[in-house]
Design a protein around this ligand. Sequence first.
Ligand code: B12
Ligand code: SF4
Length: 509
Amino acid sequence: MSHHLLLATIDEQARPLSIRVLGAYAESLGVRTTLLVILRKIAPFGSPVTFSASEIQQLTRFLESEHVTHVGFYLMTASLRPYERLVRALREAGFSGVIMAGGVHPTLCPEESLVAGADYAVQGAGEVPLGLLFAGAAPETIPGLVWRKNGSTVVNPPTEAQRLPLDDLPFPIFRFDTDRILVNGKLQRLSWTMHTRYAGWNGLLYDAVTSRGCLYRCAYCCNVYRSPVRRAGVDRVMRELVDLRRREPRIRGVNLQDDSFFAGSDEWVTEFCARMKTEVGLPFIVRMIPRFVTAERIALLKSSGLRYVTMGLEGSNRINRTLFNRREDRESFVKAARKVLAAGLPLSIDYIVHNPYEREDDLREVATTLNALPRPNWWIVALSLTSFPGTPLHERCVRDGTLTRFATDAYEAMLNPSRPGAYHTPDFWLDLITVVLRHVRPELGAKLIAAGPGNAHATETVRRLASTMRLTQRLTSSVQQRVPRLARGISRVLRLLAGRRAGRIVDFF
Ligand code: B12
Ligand code: SF4
């Protein structure tokens, strides 16, 4: 019987990069592959992701009618429990094919990822284990495979053999009307229209990875590939993007998802830039690591299409050093951020909030750091600290007994600060750092920071400014979705009004 592999993911957005990459490899082996995106909001504490009887029925019908022989799930930590429920339901509904999981969570926590009713889990890169499974290899010979033997769980250690040269991998699947999406209770074809509705950025950006691994070891991070970073040759990257342009001219840009794209050698970056401009001609986004930012690199990347940069500040110097194990500090961050902004590029800054280890001094330092940046071309993406099992941060929190002080939970409420009674960053600092500072002049910023939450007038000012600015953001993004062409103008007017208000307030201080 011929194989049919359904590769699935549970995600907030229809951007299934991992299964696109793995699915392309399965197809290159001659295995018919269909991708399935199960769209779900990240759950808040106490409201687990569940599946309705009708959803299970539609999935089971699909598995039957399309003769699916293997179901493979990509798992982040937060998808483990929903996956467990789904496996139970599919088995109860009579599905008898192979069920397995891979991805970041099985790599971090292999044993628990082999849930009841499933056959296998895979630790590390999935291409080689998947190929061996389809070739009928004995489980004990498959690197990274997690399987059962006489009722107990066996974890085969991952090996070097799993690390295929990135240049040899086929281009990720990127197609419409073949794959499926389960959204609003209905299993539907993943068409271009669905993609533009659910993929974020109106579906116009193509997610790509050119490397695996990261030079750093931040204590909260689940980067399972670590150092050394393995990178595809520029030629392989260009062929993928040129092919994309030919097959999908509706794509308007590339979102490079590499953890440390910017840490590539000067030669790699220079060749990438030259060929991106001449051969691909699409604008792109990258994540940057502050110490690797130089004015020359920024200029080079900008001239070849770089439009927008994401970079992490994450915490104060004390938090970065003593808790996060980050090698970057506020000096390296400000230096790099200024270079990005001086080049006229918008900068999105990741910052970690609701950290039970933070103190007032840390928050004041972060606010002061951000207040040193020229306005208005930057903003904060606030991420709630989540302690993921398998990370050094988690080990420390278990030792310290602090897990229940976290407002998030890796399994039940990943990045969603909803645990009752847990620690939250005080509103004054949260509003000032994540919303207000970038909209007000540095003099007002400095006054608010110096006044602090103990000053009733400063507290009221920050609260009022933050609520006006949040309303502005909500209005702009709602207009953006409905009438994209009007959004920029409306946003400018609203910002001007908010700015006037802030101007009146600075006079008051
Ligand atoms: C791109 C990316 C995204 C993309 C695409 C997601 C995806 N993976 O398809 C988007 C933007 C959607 C995304 C969103 C989020 N992400 Co994200 N993301 C990444 C990133 C940077 C790269 C993942 C990737 O595609 N790599 C390339 C592929 C080819 O490698 P891979 O994923 O490891 O897959 C290989 C193996 O794992 C295995 N494999 C994978 N699936 C399967 C399935 C089977 C059956 C088998 C056998 C093998 C197998 O084979 C693959 C090929 O070798 C990772 C960091 C990282 N380096 O992993 C974070 C990461 C996965 N994200 C993370 C998080 C927290 C999020 C968000 C919560 C972030 C946010 N702020 O909103 C959301 C949550 C989305 C949700 N579930 O609702 C965390 C997950 C932590 C955890 N323990 O769960 C990570 C690890 C970041 C980190 N450093 O901590 N993300
Ligand atoms: S720099 Fe980013 S990807 Fe690398 S270890 Fe730190 S958080 Fe993870």
